[in-house]
Design a protein around this ligand. Sequence first.
Ligand SMILES: C[S@@+](CC[C@H](N)C(=O)[O-])C[C@H]1O[C@@H](n2cnc3c(N)ncnc32)[C@H](O)[C@@H]1O
Length: 294
Amino acid sequence: MAYQNAIFHGSAADMKDLPDNSIDLVFTSPPYEARKVYDTPDGDIGRLRGDDFIAALKPIMEECHRVLKPSGNFFLNFQGQYCEGSFSLTEAKIPVVAVEEIGFDYIQPFYWTKTRPKPDNFGRRLKNVNEIIYHFAKDAKQYSVYKDSVREPSRYQGHDQTCKLCSTTLPGRMDKRSWKYNPKGRDPGNVIYSKGATGQGSGDTWNKATKRPKRDIHPALMPIELADFFVKYGSTEGDLVLDPFMGSGTTGISAARMGRDFVGYDVSGKYVDAAMIRCQEAHAYYHEQLRQTG
Ligand SMILES: C[S@@+](CC[C@H](N)C(=O)[O-])C[C@H]1O[C@@H](n2cnc3c(N)ncnc32)[C@H](O)[C@@H]1O
């Protein structure tokens, strides 16, 4: 069976459908150690905690390593959980397993800071508003990222000053530091501000065009803007994007509407069916936009 633009029903512990070195980008959010109950217990690693969880996640990370191209990127989103008042060490152990046991290179951590976190009341500790996104690569010397695609407008631009980085004249208001600014915009850094996982990027064209999905599709919908950032940064048009924990299809939707191919897995047939419909709509939306813009 062709694997481009397919979502397979089954555990990602065995991605036999995917050849070695075939994937440009893996972006995924596995279950967080018994935090939520998903559709089916069969193969759901989210029913496990601590070292049992790590032991179940490891073969899936190994498969990601096998299928990733040497130029590819692997972004894994996770948030540590509390067990009897104590913060689980799983968040700290994941990069150790990835690097020391599987052979990934660790490029950097990203932080997803929630600007509208859910109310939280856990006694004396404060609310945890951050989730981590580890950036791993198969080869630190060969991975390809697309920094210009995620640049933000510079706060200060230079007026008739020459940029020392690119030797072009920078428009905008005078600032004595302007020679440092890249005219393509500033590096956004490794913190991504977004609301919590409560919806799918309200107000963007995609949602207007397709009607905003209801929350009951899946208990852990990721904000689409988070997937969009990593799909843009870690891949380019025509690339193949994998999510081994596809859930409602957020990664596939983001990939499809930006002209990438997608592939994914989920142990729930219900989620696979819902995700496939949503990804196919995104794919059709991308091609309609292309047609309209010629
Ligand atoms: C955190 S959710 C992913 C949510 C997704 N990012 C979205 O926006 O909808 C994790 C998903 O992993 C699935 N899952 C759990 N164990 C799995 C396994 N071994 N292989 C594939 N999928 C699995 C669950 O069914 C659940 O849908």
